[in-house]
Ligand binder design. Structure first.
Ligand code: SF4
Length: 345
């Protein structure tokens, strides 16, 4: 049997003051990928928030449950170190379309985000994207921190408070009206590419009334493009299922009838890790942000001359909490740490 892939020294760098506990495991890198997304093409991911700090606990979240809600923004990352890691990874991976802040939590909880965005654009000349749930954009500092990003995607899952609470399960200190007002002010001020993302969950926000209401809310923001998605990877709640295709189509039509450019959002697997990037670290970093299909891991293992079992073993040693999960007949490797570990953040 071929030996398990080994980790290059780059992945053993000492931790910062943020420390291993703060990152929720032995992986302390900010940067992962490249990953592929329909929206952004090839992008290098930046995970600037510890697992799993969020203002929402969406029923469909592919990161599992939010066990620590917070609205408190504080410094969670080190922009200089993010810059160094991005530069290093770009050397190996070549050009990418975007460097994307897509953490395993809500990126705007990090008050260092704005500095990191500015630093990356200024020093590396890269385009920067931020994928946020948008729930903190009623705070002027939060809005200001991402005004310079080239692309911002915000979440709009509901057109009314009750549906929003059912789907996104927000922090009790948040209110729908305030969140939507923050989104509207940001949309007005922002000059980059603004996208929205609406996740439809069967039985929660896919009836005619809910679709019309969310389409109205999205149209009010005037996004460049509005994406409509459905859960395709293991969600926090196993009962969170995608709606039938005709409901997705109805959502797209409700948006288009309001003059919004609306598109379905597929979730393809990322490209295989580029040469020079260790496959174990690559898989461990990526599943902290989204689960990967086992069939995809088989391809990675074969490409690196090892077996699926050896790759899984090496990833689970590197990232305790990596678990096999089944969803809609497909097997995935997902990051599902025990609650005790999650609460270290
Ligand atoms: S989907 Fe995003 S906003 Fe919702 S709980 Fe997960 S990380 Fe938070």
């Amino acid at each position: 049997m071929a030996p398990a892939p080994s980790l290059p020294n780059a992945y053993h760098r000492p931790t910062s003051s943020r420390g291993r506990g703060a990152r929720g495991g032995s992986l302390v890198l900010y940067v992962f990928g490249p990953v592929f997304s329909r929206r952004l093409g090839v992008s290098l991911g930046v995970n600037n928030v510890p697992y799993k700090l969020c203002t929402y606990s969406c029923v469909y979240c592919q990161l599992g449950h939010t066990l620590r809600f917070t609205l408190e923004r504080r410094r969670l990352s080190e922009p200089e170190r993010i810059l160094a890691e991005v530069a290093e990874r770009l050397e190996k991976a070549g050009n990418v379309d975007y460097v994307t802040f897509v953490p395993d939590g809500e990126p705007l909880l990090d008050t260092a985000l704005g500095d990191a965005v500015r630093l990356l654009r200024r020093e590396l000349g890269v385009r920067v994207a931020v994928l946020t749930n948008g729930s903190l954009l009623w705070l002027p500092d939060a809005r200001e921190s991402i005004l310079e990003a080239d692309y911002v995607s915000v979440k709009v899952d509901a057109g009314d408070e009750e549906t929003w609470r059912r789907v996104d399960r927000p922090h009790p200190g948040l209110g729908y009206t305030r969140v939507m007002e923050g989104l509207r002010v940001f949309a007005h001020d922002y000059t980059g590419v603004l996208a929205t993302e609406t996740m439809l969950v069967s039985g929660l926000n896919d009836d005619r009334r809910a679709l019309e209401a969310v389409a109205e809310a999205v149209a009010g923001l005037g996004p460049r493009v509005a994406y409509v998605a459905a859960p395709v990877r293991p969600p926090a709640e196993p009962w969170a299922r995608p709606p039938p295709p005709e409901r997705l189509q109805a959502a797209l039509e409700a948006l288009r009838s309001r003059g919004v450019r609306a598109e379905p959002l597929a979730a393809p697997e990322p490209p295989p890790p580029p040469m020079g990037v260790d496959p174990v670290a690559y898989v461990a970093e990526t599943i902290k942000v989204h689960p990967l299909r086992i069939s995809y891991l088989e391809r990675i293992a074969a490409a690196h001359g090892t077996t699926l079992q050896e790759l899984l073993k090496a990833v689970q040693e590197r990232l305790p909490g990596a678990k096999l999960v089944e969803f809609m007949g497909n097997k995935f490797l997902a990051y599902r740490p025990e609650p005790r570990k999650r609460n270290q953040h």
